[in-house]
Ligand binder design. Structure first.
Ligand code: GLV
Ligand code: MG
Length: 322
């Protein structure tokens, strides 16, 4: 179950206000891996109730193709959460892949959502446990508790960084989301947070997603910030605007050369460890020594490439007996 959940690509995760039918319509034509219809911060308090129904309708009637369909509900400290979940899941449960829970502070908040989803699924006769949970970590308390949060439910699919709320939560001296705060003239001010999220996610076989970059016209800035989390191992990033989509899909996919190389390592290692290849544990691929750890690294890159629909451009030829 966990495996099929986490194998879904999430390079580009498009944020769409749930109260805007025009944007919802437009989202169905964009090449993103995930769309999330927002009932939280991109949806004004007075528009939230109507947006629940707009979302139900869009999930049931829209043409979402292969895109993951997610709804972000309001966090448990508000009075909206339960009605967000009940209305959306009762109304469109079979057409919904995940519920995104923002500002998660501890594991009980995930368990509460899990229990509510289970009751709705049972009442409505939906498959129990199919709908996943995406947990946004957006404040100091959430980060401190992220290990327990990441282990709190088999429904969890991803941990997501929420940089805007996070910067506010820790009083970071900057208003430019994702960029280094002025005065911090060494290293990356987000490194600890990103690594902490990555460890908690990977220790529990979850994906981990970077959050929004608000300067939507600065695609170089987006590429730079995305490149950092992608280099660490993050699986994708939010996109707020069609212009960011292509960059996200590219940055979080392996390059063609790396993808080809990973597939070659897998084939070469499979052959060398087989009877025909001499049942070796370590072997040479060109000038490179490969072993079981190489296979594991190659599996990650090949897995991301395959999930992104990449095609290999080379094939492995077993070496000729000399
Ligand atoms: C996203 O929700 C953020 O706060 O950055
Ligand atoms: Mg937020």
């Amino acid at each position: 179950m966990t495996h099929t959940r986490t194998a879904r690509p999430r390079r580009s995760c498009l944020a769409v206000p749930g109260s805007n039918p025009r944007f919802i319509e437009k989202a169905q034509g964009l090449p993103v891996d995930q769309v999330f219809l927002d009932l939280e911060d991109a949806c004004a308090p007075l528009a939230k109730e109507g947006a629940r129904l707009t979302i139900v309708n869009a999930l049931n009637e829209g043409d979402w193709g292969d895109r993951l369909r997610v709804v972000r509900v309001n966090d448990w400290t508000t009075h909206w959460t339960y009605r967000d979940v009940v209305t959306v899941v009762e109304g469109a449960g079979p057409n919904l892949d995940c519920v995104m829970l923002p500002k998660v502070q501890d594991a009980t908040q995930i368990r509460a959502l899990d229990l509510l989803l289970t009751q709705i699924e049972k009442t409505m006769g939906f498959e129990v446990g199919r709908i996943g949970i995406e947990a946004q970590i957006e404040n100091a308390r959430g980060l401190i508790n992220v290990d327990e949060i990441a282990a709190a439910s088999p429904r969890l699919e991803t941990i997501i960084f929420g940089p805007a709320d996070f910067m506010a939560s820790i009083n970071m001296k900057s208003l430019v989301v994702g960029e280094q705060p002025p005065g911090y003239d060494t290293g990356d001010a987000y490194h600890y947070i990103l690594m902490r999220l990555l460890m908690a996610a990977r220790a529990n076989d979850l994906q981990v997603i970077d959050g929004p970059y608000l300067q939507i016209r600065d695609l170089d800035g987006y590429r730079r910030v995305a490149g950092r989390s992608a280099a660490l191992g993050f699986d994708g990033k939010w996109v707020l605007h069609p212009g960011q989509v292509e960059v996200a899909n590219e940055v979080y996919s392996p390059g063609q050369q790396d993808y080809d190389h990973a597939e070659l390592i897998l084939d070469a290692y499979a052959w060398h460890t087989s009877e025909a290849g001499g049942a070796k544990g370590a072997a040479m691929l060109g000038d490179e020594m490969i072993d079981e750890a190489s296979r594991k690294m190659a599996l990650v890159v090949a897995g991301k490439g395959r999930a992104a629909g990449m095609r290999r451009t080379t094939t492995f030829e077993p070496p000729q007996e000399g």
